[in-house]
Design a protein around this ligand. Structure first.
Ligand code: HXC
Length: 519
């Protein structure tokens, strides 16, 4: 073959490789409303930035008659490119090749880009669309999965890892996404479960559809496995790009600063009257979040799960910040098992990647009852406490209204190394709410009063006394547990000032192999 022909041969091979499992299967993929692996990567990365690797890799299996059925690249497209000019490593499973099922060589390709991401200190993004283990390959496929899992574990807290689920993700295959920092799923086309509907039916007799068992809605709302539910792949891709914009490349870097045109001293007058006079009336904590962050932009994580707590990313004067806030609009903002786990995971992500944390508190306490106790609220609540207490990133807390009991301690209190703890004048920081406190303290006296009117009068008097003494921020401020009581409309400015003062914060936890967070 002449040299010119060799070049033409290369071009032909590339064209062939880019067809994956062939035009018919690409068509079938499109008919399902799904993009191909390469289309997905092109959409995700800056235009023209993708550099593909291992395009000529093929599988090595000769069993079940697939020895001659080889597709260049096998069932995954891998490489690197940029998002807003910053390098990321990617892999996208190619459903047109053996249903994207994982072969030994596919695992090697994925591991190669994961290793490179670690070496270069860059995020890794995996796009999942696969029928699971390549059945013809047996244990080498299982070993391949485990090689990937091990790398997910080693990369955790070192480089950000994001998983998009754009098709099937079942069996043990779910554990790679589960080990990553964020999972997003498309409605209708994606699903995740350890065992599918057929096995469920044969083992437990339960009749359930694929979507009801492991669709995007189920995982976004019920299990919390998925952090984001998106309508389609385009929306998912834009979301990944946005998410990445809040993160540093790795744990040794600071998150990227962006130019900010929102005045840092912008006063938000509406905040002075946002809290209802009746302490039992809800309001939307998201209104407060939106009004204090740069350009009202807030990227909420886990929007549909444990809605009594809000977590997500925003910027203050251009600096990425993680926000954790109780939501009085849902279950009165109480802390329960799910909310505690959700917030703990988010706090730990921020801490791992040097993202400062703002905590907005309005929490009536932990949710009482046998349901929560049996579900292990003790352990789950401890997770959140542990996460806050362990975190060494700058931590600013603003108590908006209620901050009662154990939940007060948990929500980034001064004693859990909160750096600046502010409160609005509407804050109520106490061991418990007034009604409950009076029941405990005055129970005996109340029971001695027979006349109902007299009883009510007595209780009201004691409740008022208790509220005067405790339902305010000043007792906590008198001990220095609250650094300042701030005017609500000036919250943005005070928060930005606080984070600016914390830019050089250095706190190091004691040396140890690793902590033993109550899992
Ligand atoms: C090899 C596979 C495959 C697999 C699909 N294909 N899954 N080949 N190994 N696991 C092939 C099909 O033969 C078909 O080939 C092509 O991919 C597309 O599959 P279809 O079935 O036509 O597609 P669809 O109707 O969309 O159904 C998709 C599917 C289904 C739901 C994923 O294919 C399916 O149930 N596959 C098997 C899933 C499974 O049981 N996997 C193993 C799980 S155990 P042609 O040539 O016709 O295009 C596991 C353990 C992992 O994963 C443990 C890790 C620790």
């Amino acid at each position: 073959m002449k040299n010119q022909q060799k070049v033409e041969d290369l071009i032909d091979r590339r064209i062939q490789a880019k067809l994956g499992g062939g035009e018919k299967r690409i068509e079938s993929q499109h008919k399902k409303g799904k993009l191909t692996a390469r289309e997905r990567i092109d959409l995700l990365l800056d235009e023209g930035s993708f550099e593909e690797l291992d395009m000529f890799v093929t599988h090595r299996c000769n069993d079940f008659g697939i020895g001659d059925e080889k597709y260049m690249g096998d069932g995954v497209v891998t490489g690197h490119g940029t998002i807003d000019g910053r390098i990321v490593f990617v892999y996208a499973q190619d459903f047109t090749v053996f249903g994207g099922s994982l072969s030994e060589t596919m695992a090697l390709k994925i591991c190669k880009v994961m290793d490179m991401a670690m070496k270069m200190g860059a995020p890794i993004i995996g796009i999942n669309d696969s029928g699971g283990a390549r059945i013809q390959e047996g244990v080498t496929s299982l070993a391949g999965y485990a090689e990937i899992f091990q790398r997910n574990i080693m990369a955790s807290g070192v480089v950000p890892q994001i998983s998009a689920i754009y098709g099937p993700c079942a069996g043990g295959a779910v554990y790679s996404p589960a080990l990553t920092d964020f999972i997003l799923m498309t409605e209708d086309n994606s699903y995740m479960f350890v065992t599918g509907p057929k096995v469920v039916k044969s083992v437990t007799g339960e009749d359930i559809t694929t979507q009801d068992l492991g669709g995007a809605d189920v995982h976004a709302r019920k299990s919390g496995v998925s952090h984001f539910k998106v309508e389609n792949e385009k929306e998912g891709t834009m979301l990944i790009r946005k998410l990445i914009s809040y993160m540093p490349q790795n744990n040794l870097e600071e998150p990227p600063l962006t130019a900010n045109d929102d005045p840092i001293d912008r006063l938000e007058d509406s905040l002075n009257s946002i809290i209802p006079d009746n302490p039992n009336m809800p309001y939307d904590m998201k209104d407060i979040i939106h009004s204090i962050v740069d350009n009202n932009e807030f990227l909420e994580v886990h929007r549909h799960y444990a809605r009594n707590i809000i977590v997500g990313f925003a910027r203050f004067n251009g600096a990425p910040t993680g926000i954790v806030a109780n939501q009085p609009n849902f279950l009165a903002g109480v802390l329960d098992c799910d909310a505690s786990r959700k917030a703990a995971r988010f706090v730990r992500f921020c801490d791992a990647f040097n993202i400062p944390i703002l905590t907005l508190v309005d929490v009536p306490g932990f949710l009482p009852g046998s349901g929560q106790e049996y579900a292990g609220i003790i352990i789950h609540g401890a997770k959140l406490m542990f996460a806050y207490g362990e975190a060494t990133v700058p931590k600013v807390t603003v108590t908006i209204r209620k901050s009662y009991g154990g939940a007060h301690d948990v929500m980034s209190s001064k004693q859990l190394r909160g750096d600046f703890n502010y409160a609005w004048p509407t804050a109520e920081i106490a061991v418990m709410g007034a009604a409950g406190a009076i029941e405990v303290l005055e129970g005996k006296n109340i029971s001695k009063i027979n006349d109902e009117n007299e009883k009510k009068e007595y209780i009201d008097k004691k409740v008022t006394e208790y509220k005067r003494k405790f339902a305010n921020p000043y007792q906590a401020a008198s001990y220095g547990y609250i650094d300042d009581v701030i005017e609500p409309r000036n919250t943005r400015f005070r928060v930005i000032r606080a984070f600016e003062a914390l830019q050089t914060k250095k706190v190091v936890n004691p040396p140890r192999k690793h902590a033993n967070i109550p899992l």
